[in-house]
Design a protein around this ligand. Structure first.
Ligand code: GLP
Length: 244
């Protein structure tokens, strides 16, 4: 779906999420959301916050699982995805703190494997993700599933691609400060979500959007795996579709 601007696109996506939350509320069910960081979803979160404040949209029945977190990273660090999510969404809404799940970036190396297994088990214990919001990196990563990620991959520790670290460098005030690793949900985790919406805005996403939509399904561009998902929508602005 192509929009003339990312603001209208973001409102449409926020409306879909709000409708899902409300339809689950009507059935007295939990709504399990997979959430993303980066600049792309910011306006979606803004709109959800607006609907909470002005229209009484409640998040009491919402459980969230974030896609990823840098490793090593303290949650209170301003570059962490914990911090990002609190600043852009969680601190403004009525979600129960115990319903927020974000990969832990501050655990010891020997704890990582068990943590990743338990993250997957927790998602499964809720019956899986009802909705997964995604951005896309210039490498074609979704979450932090960098080129080379396997279709069957699950939550795990990965090594960040050089391009990803270069893109993150300004936020870290220099490439040398960007973590080299991250913990991310896997391709399989994302593919098992009942609904997936990927957002991409601007000209610098045009090339990877072309590869993702028109290219062969291949682990060198992990987002191409989404071509096999039966309920995925790419929500794009006019600049992001320039190469299609
Ligand atoms: C990071 C995140 C991704 C995100 C990507 C794109 O690498 N781990 O989940 O999709 O950035 O970010 P942006 O939306 O700022 O372009």
């Amino acid at each position: 779906v192509v929009f003339s601007n990312s603001k209208d696109a973001s409102t449409t996506v926020a409306n879909e999420i709000a409708s899902l939350i409300k339809s689950k509320q009507a059935k007295n069910e939990l709504c399990i959301l997979g959430l993303a960081t980066g600049s792309s979803p910011i306006r979606v979160y803004e709109e959800l916050v607006r609907q909470h404040k002005e229209e009484g949209l409640s998040f009491k029945n919402v459980v969230t699982f974030n896609l990823d977190e840098y490793y090593f990273m303290q949650p209170q660090n301003a570059q962490s995805y914990h911090y990002f999510m609190h600043e852009h969404l969680f601190k403004y809404i009525d979600i129960e703190p115990e319903n927020i799940n974000i990969p832990k970036g501050d655990i010891q190396p020997e704890e990582i494997y068990d943590f990743c297994v338990s993250y997957e088990e927790k998602i499964k214990s809720y019956g899986g993700l009802d909705f997964q919001l995604l951005g896309i990196g210039r490498t074609g990563h979704i979450g932090f599933n960098e080129p080379g990620s396997h279709a069957n991959s699950r939550t795990r520790l990965i090594t960040l691609d050089h391009i990803t670290r270069v893109d993150a460098a300004p936020a870290f005030l220099g490439l040398e400060n960007v973590p080299k690793k991250a913990i991310t949900m896997g391709i399989r985790t994302v593919m098992e979500a009942k609904r997936v919406v990927l957002l991409a805005w601007g000209q610098n996403k045009a090339e990877i959007i072309k590869e993702t939509i028109e290219g062969e399904i291949d682990g060198h561009v992990p987002a191409t795996y989404l071509q096999n998902h039966n309920n995925v929508t790419f929500v794009l602005d006019v600049e992001a579709v320039a190469e299609l």
